[in-house]
Design a protein around this ligand. Structure first.
Ligand SMILES: [Zn+2]
Length: 282
Protein backbone atom coordinates (compact mmCIF):
# COMPACT_ATOMS: atom_id res chain seq x y z
CA UNK A 1 0.00 0.00 0.00
CA UNK A 2 1.73 3.12 -1.19
CA UNK A 3 1.62 6.48 0.46
CA UNK A 4 -0.49 9.25 -1.02
CA UNK A 5 1.09 11.72 -3.41
CA UNK A 6 -0.32 14.82 -1.82
CA UNK A 7 1.13 14.55 1.67
CA UNK A 8 4.86 15.21 1.77
CA UNK A 9 6.68 14.55 5.02
CA UNK A 10 8.65 17.32 6.63
CA UNK A 11 9.90 18.28 10.06
CA UNK A 12 10.16 21.50 12.03
CA UNK A 13 9.31 22.19 15.66
CA UNK A 14 6.89 25.11 15.73
CA UNK A 15 6.65 27.78 18.38
CA UNK A 16 4.13 29.91 16.55
CA UNK A 17 2.19 29.39 13.37
CA UNK A 18 -0.25 31.12 11.14
CA UNK A 19 -3.62 29.42 10.94
CA UNK A 20 -4.19 30.97 7.52
CA UNK A 21 -1.32 29.08 5.94
CA UNK A 22 -1.54 25.84 7.93
CA UNK A 23 -3.62 22.76 8.34
CA UNK A 24 -3.67 22.21 12.06
CA UNK A 25 -4.39 18.73 13.39
CA UNK A 26 -4.76 18.15 17.11
CA UNK A 27 -4.06 14.73 18.58
CA UNK A 28 -3.50 13.16 21.96
CA UNK A 29 -2.00 9.77 22.90
CA UNK A 30 -4.12 6.74 22.10
CA UNK A 31 -4.39 7.83 18.44
CA UNK A 32 -7.22 10.20 19.28
CA UNK A 33 -7.98 13.21 17.13
CA UNK A 34 -9.89 16.35 18.08
CA UNK A 35 -12.99 17.02 15.97
CA UNK A 36 -16.06 19.23 16.28
CA UNK A 37 -18.77 17.34 18.14
CA UNK A 38 -20.83 15.28 15.72
CA UNK A 39 -18.41 15.73 12.84
CA UNK A 40 -17.60 12.78 10.65
CA UNK A 41 -14.28 14.01 9.33
CA UNK A 42 -11.11 15.04 11.14
CA UNK A 43 -11.08 18.79 11.40
CA UNK A 44 -8.22 21.18 10.98
CA UNK A 45 -8.12 24.25 13.14
CA UNK A 46 -7.47 26.90 10.57
CA UNK A 47 -11.19 27.45 10.10
CA UNK A 48 -11.90 27.64 13.82
CA UNK A 49 -11.47 30.37 16.38
CA UNK A 50 -9.32 28.36 18.72
CA UNK A 51 -5.93 28.77 20.25
CA UNK A 52 -3.86 25.78 21.29
CA UNK A 53 -2.93 25.48 24.93
CA UNK A 54 0.55 26.85 25.37
CA UNK A 55 1.72 23.63 26.98
CA UNK A 56 0.81 21.59 23.91
CA UNK A 57 3.78 20.89 21.62
CA UNK A 58 3.49 21.73 17.92
CA UNK A 59 5.45 20.35 15.01
CA UNK A 60 5.31 20.95 11.32
CA UNK A 61 5.13 17.37 10.04
CA UNK A 62 4.81 17.95 6.30
CA UNK A 63 2.68 19.58 3.65
CA UNK A 64 -0.71 18.65 2.27
CA UNK A 65 -1.41 20.02 -1.19
CA UNK A 66 1.48 22.43 -0.64
CA UNK A 67 0.07 23.79 2.63
CA UNK A 68 1.87 23.29 5.95
CA UNK A 69 0.49 20.60 8.25
CA UNK A 70 0.97 21.44 11.91
CA UNK A 71 0.50 18.69 14.45
CA UNK A 72 -0.51 19.90 17.90
CA UNK A 73 0.07 17.17 20.47
CA UNK A 74 -2.06 17.37 23.58
CA UNK A 75 -1.22 15.51 26.79
CA UNK A 76 -2.80 12.20 27.65
CA UNK A 77 -5.52 13.62 29.87
CA UNK A 78 -6.19 16.85 27.94
CA UNK A 79 -9.82 17.94 28.04
CA UNK A 80 -11.57 18.77 24.77
CA UNK A 81 -12.47 22.45 24.28
CA UNK A 82 -16.18 23.22 24.36
CA UNK A 83 -17.95 22.02 21.22
CA UNK A 84 -15.16 19.58 20.39
CA UNK A 85 -14.53 15.96 21.25
CA UNK A 86 -11.75 13.39 21.21
CA UNK A 87 -12.41 10.38 18.99
CA UNK A 88 -10.31 7.44 17.89
CA UNK A 89 -8.85 8.12 14.47
CA UNK A 90 -9.33 4.46 13.51
CA UNK A 91 -12.49 5.12 11.51
CA UNK A 92 -10.97 8.07 9.66
CA UNK A 93 -7.84 6.04 9.09
CA UNK A 94 -9.78 3.20 7.45
CA UNK A 95 -12.07 5.47 5.43
CA UNK A 96 -9.53 8.07 4.48
CA UNK A 97 -7.90 9.01 1.26
CA UNK A 98 -4.34 7.79 0.92
CA UNK A 99 -2.89 11.23 1.62
CA UNK A 100 -4.98 11.54 4.77
CA UNK A 101 -4.04 8.05 5.94
CA UNK A 102 -0.38 8.92 5.46
CA UNK A 103 -0.80 12.18 7.36
CA UNK A 104 -2.76 10.59 10.22
CA UNK A 105 -0.31 7.71 10.52
CA UNK A 106 2.64 10.06 10.83
CA UNK A 107 0.76 12.28 13.25
CA UNK A 108 -0.23 9.38 15.53
CA UNK A 109 3.27 7.91 15.69
CA UNK A 110 4.74 11.34 16.47
CA UNK A 111 2.07 12.02 19.09
CA UNK A 112 3.00 8.78 20.88
CA UNK A 113 6.67 9.70 20.59
CA UNK A 114 6.02 13.17 22.01
CA UNK A 115 4.11 11.64 24.91
CA UNK A 116 6.54 8.85 25.76
CA UNK A 117 9.87 10.50 25.07
CA UNK A 118 10.02 13.51 27.34
CA UNK A 119 12.80 12.12 29.52
CA UNK A 120 16.01 10.25 28.77
CA UNK A 121 15.63 6.49 29.22
CA UNK A 122 19.30 6.23 30.23
CA UNK A 123 19.92 9.09 32.66
CA UNK A 124 16.49 10.62 33.24
CA UNK A 125 17.32 14.13 32.03
CA UNK A 126 14.73 16.21 30.17
CA UNK A 127 15.16 15.52 26.45
CA UNK A 128 15.49 18.23 23.80
CA UNK A 129 13.75 18.12 20.44
CA UNK A 130 16.05 17.96 17.43
CA UNK A 131 15.50 20.75 14.93
CA UNK A 132 16.57 18.73 11.89
CA UNK A 133 14.64 15.45 12.20
CA UNK A 134 11.97 13.84 14.40
CA UNK A 135 14.24 12.86 17.25
CA UNK A 136 15.06 13.85 20.79
CA UNK A 137 18.55 14.26 22.16
CA UNK A 138 19.63 14.04 25.79
CA UNK A 139 21.63 17.13 26.77
CA UNK A 140 23.50 15.16 29.45
CA UNK A 141 24.41 11.82 27.86
CA UNK A 142 23.67 12.48 24.15
CA UNK A 143 21.24 9.56 23.78
CA UNK A 144 19.11 9.99 20.64
CA UNK A 145 15.56 8.77 20.68
CA UNK A 146 13.54 8.33 17.49
CA UNK A 147 9.80 7.74 17.14
CA UNK A 148 9.05 4.11 17.97
CA UNK A 149 7.94 1.78 15.20
CA UNK A 150 7.00 -1.78 16.12
CA UNK A 151 7.16 -4.16 13.14
CA UNK A 152 4.50 -6.84 13.07
CA UNK A 153 3.77 -9.56 10.51
CA UNK A 154 0.32 -10.42 9.22
CA UNK A 155 -0.07 -13.49 7.07
CA UNK A 156 -2.46 -14.74 4.44
CA UNK A 157 -2.25 -18.52 4.76
CA UNK A 158 -3.87 -20.48 1.95
CA UNK A 159 -4.20 -24.07 0.76
CA UNK A 160 -5.34 -24.08 -2.86
CA UNK A 161 -8.85 -22.57 -2.91
CA UNK A 162 -9.08 -22.37 0.89
CA UNK A 163 -7.96 -19.54 3.14
CA UNK A 164 -7.18 -19.74 6.84
CA UNK A 165 -8.99 -17.18 8.97
CA UNK A 166 -8.97 -16.94 12.74
CA UNK A 167 -10.86 -15.33 15.57
CA UNK A 168 -8.80 -13.40 18.05
CA UNK A 169 -10.16 -13.28 21.58
CA UNK A 170 -10.48 -9.50 21.31
CA UNK A 171 -12.44 -9.44 18.01
CA UNK A 172 -16.00 -8.10 18.11
CA UNK A 173 -18.99 -10.09 16.84
CA UNK A 174 -18.27 -12.86 14.34
CA UNK A 175 -15.20 -11.26 12.84
CA UNK A 176 -12.45 -13.48 11.43
CA UNK A 177 -9.12 -12.25 10.08
CA UNK A 178 -5.60 -13.22 9.18
CA UNK A 179 -3.31 -14.06 12.08
CA UNK A 180 -0.63 -11.56 13.04
CA UNK A 181 2.05 -10.94 15.63
CA UNK A 182 5.01 -8.76 16.49
CA UNK A 183 8.50 -9.47 15.20
CA UNK A 184 10.75 -10.56 18.07
CA UNK A 185 14.05 -8.88 18.89
CA UNK A 186 16.70 -10.17 16.50
CA UNK A 187 14.21 -12.02 14.32
CA UNK A 188 13.68 -11.49 10.59
CA UNK A 189 10.12 -10.97 9.38
CA UNK A 190 9.94 -14.26 7.43
CA UNK A 191 10.93 -16.24 10.53
CA UNK A 192 8.30 -14.36 12.51
CA UNK A 193 5.66 -15.57 10.04
CA UNK A 194 6.75 -19.19 10.51
CA UNK A 195 6.87 -18.86 14.30
CA UNK A 196 3.54 -17.06 14.67
CA UNK A 197 1.74 -19.59 12.45
CA UNK A 198 3.04 -22.43 14.60
CA UNK A 199 2.33 -20.66 17.90
CA UNK A 200 -1.16 -19.39 17.11
CA UNK A 201 -2.68 -22.09 14.90
CA UNK A 202 -0.19 -24.98 15.05
CA UNK A 203 0.53 -24.95 11.31
CA UNK A 204 3.86 -25.33 9.57
CA UNK A 205 3.91 -22.76 6.75
CA UNK A 206 6.08 -22.54 3.66
CA UNK A 207 6.37 -20.41 0.50
CA UNK A 208 6.52 -17.26 2.64
CA UNK A 209 6.40 -14.20 0.39
CA UNK A 210 6.26 -10.48 1.11
CA UNK A 211 3.13 -8.70 -0.16
CA UNK A 212 3.24 -5.15 1.15
CA UNK A 213 3.08 -3.01 4.27
CA UNK A 214 0.87 -0.55 6.08
CA UNK A 215 1.51 1.91 8.84
CA UNK A 216 -0.81 0.83 11.68
CA UNK A 217 -0.46 3.59 14.24
CA UNK A 218 -2.35 2.10 17.19
CA UNK A 219 -0.05 3.30 18.54
CA UNK A 220 3.04 2.61 16.45
CA UNK A 221 2.92 -0.68 14.52
CA UNK A 222 4.19 -1.23 11.02
CA UNK A 223 2.29 -4.16 9.51
CA UNK A 224 4.28 -6.32 7.09
CA UNK A 225 2.00 -8.56 5.03
CA UNK A 226 3.04 -11.97 3.76
CA UNK A 227 1.44 -14.83 1.90
CA UNK A 228 2.19 -18.38 3.01
CA UNK A 229 0.96 -21.89 2.30
CA UNK A 230 0.06 -24.62 4.72
CA UNK A 231 -1.92 -27.82 4.99
CA UNK A 232 -3.61 -29.64 7.83
CA UNK A 233 -6.00 -28.94 10.65
CA UNK A 234 -5.38 -25.67 12.50
CA UNK A 235 -5.05 -25.91 16.26
CA UNK A 236 -5.83 -22.53 17.86
CA UNK A 237 -3.64 -21.71 20.83
CA UNK A 238 -6.75 -21.03 22.93
CA UNK A 239 -5.10 -17.99 24.45
CA UNK A 240 -4.99 -15.34 21.77
CA UNK A 241 -6.76 -17.33 19.03
CA UNK A 242 -10.06 -18.93 20.04
CA UNK A 243 -10.98 -20.37 16.64
CA UNK A 244 -9.27 -20.94 13.29
CA UNK A 245 -10.75 -22.56 10.22
CA UNK A 246 -10.15 -23.10 6.53
CA UNK A 247 -12.78 -21.17 4.58
CA UNK A 248 -13.95 -21.62 1.03
CA UNK A 249 -13.47 -18.33 -0.88
CA UNK A 250 -17.18 -18.29 -1.72
CA UNK A 251 -18.34 -18.74 1.88
CA UNK A 252 -16.54 -16.30 4.09
CA UNK A 253 -17.31 -15.05 7.60
CA UNK A 254 -17.34 -11.39 8.59
CA UNK A 255 -14.05 -9.86 7.47
CA UNK A 256 -11.98 -6.84 8.60
CA UNK A 257 -12.94 -3.45 7.23
CA UNK A 258 -11.78 -2.30 3.84
CA UNK A 259 -8.79 -0.05 4.27
CA UNK A 260 -6.95 -2.51 6.50
CA UNK A 261 -4.05 -4.43 5.03
CA UNK A 262 -5.66 -7.65 6.24
CA UNK A 263 -8.75 -7.04 4.11
CA UNK A 264 -6.62 -5.86 1.19
CA UNK A 265 -4.66 -9.10 1.07
CA UNK A 266 -7.76 -11.27 1.53
CA UNK A 267 -9.56 -9.39 -1.28
CA UNK A 268 -6.55 -9.62 -3.58
CA UNK A 269 -6.45 -13.40 -3.06
CA UNK A 270 -10.19 -13.68 -3.78
CA UNK A 271 -9.68 -11.77 -7.03
CA UNK A 272 -6.74 -13.95 -8.01
CA UNK A 273 -8.81 -17.07 -7.39
CA UNK A 274 -11.85 -15.75 -9.28
CA UNK A 275 -14.13 -15.47 -6.25
CA UNK A 276 -16.59 -12.55 -5.96
CA UNK A 277 -15.61 -9.85 -3.47
CA UNK A 278 -17.83 -9.93 -0.38
CA UNK A 279 -20.26 -7.16 0.34
CA UNK A 280 -18.94 -4.66 2.84
CA UNK A 281 -21.16 -2.30 4.73
CA UNK A 282 -18.44 0.31 5.24
ZN1 LIG B 1 20.59 10.96 29.09
Amino acid sequence: MQNGKDFVEGWEPVSDFSRESSHCLVMRPGSEVLIPQGSTTPSFWWTQEMTPETSWSSYKIGTLGGKKVVLVTAPNNAAAPQGWEWVSMRVFFLQGEEALVHLLGRAAVLTAWNDEGQFCGRCGAKMQVDESEPARVCPQCSLRQYPRLSPAVIMRITDGKKILLARNRRFPGGLYSSIAGFVDAGECAEDAVVREAMEEVGLEVGQVRYLGSQCWPFPHSLMLAFSAEAQGLPEPDGVEIVDAQWFDGAQLPELPKKGSISRWMIDSWLEEQGFPLPHDSL
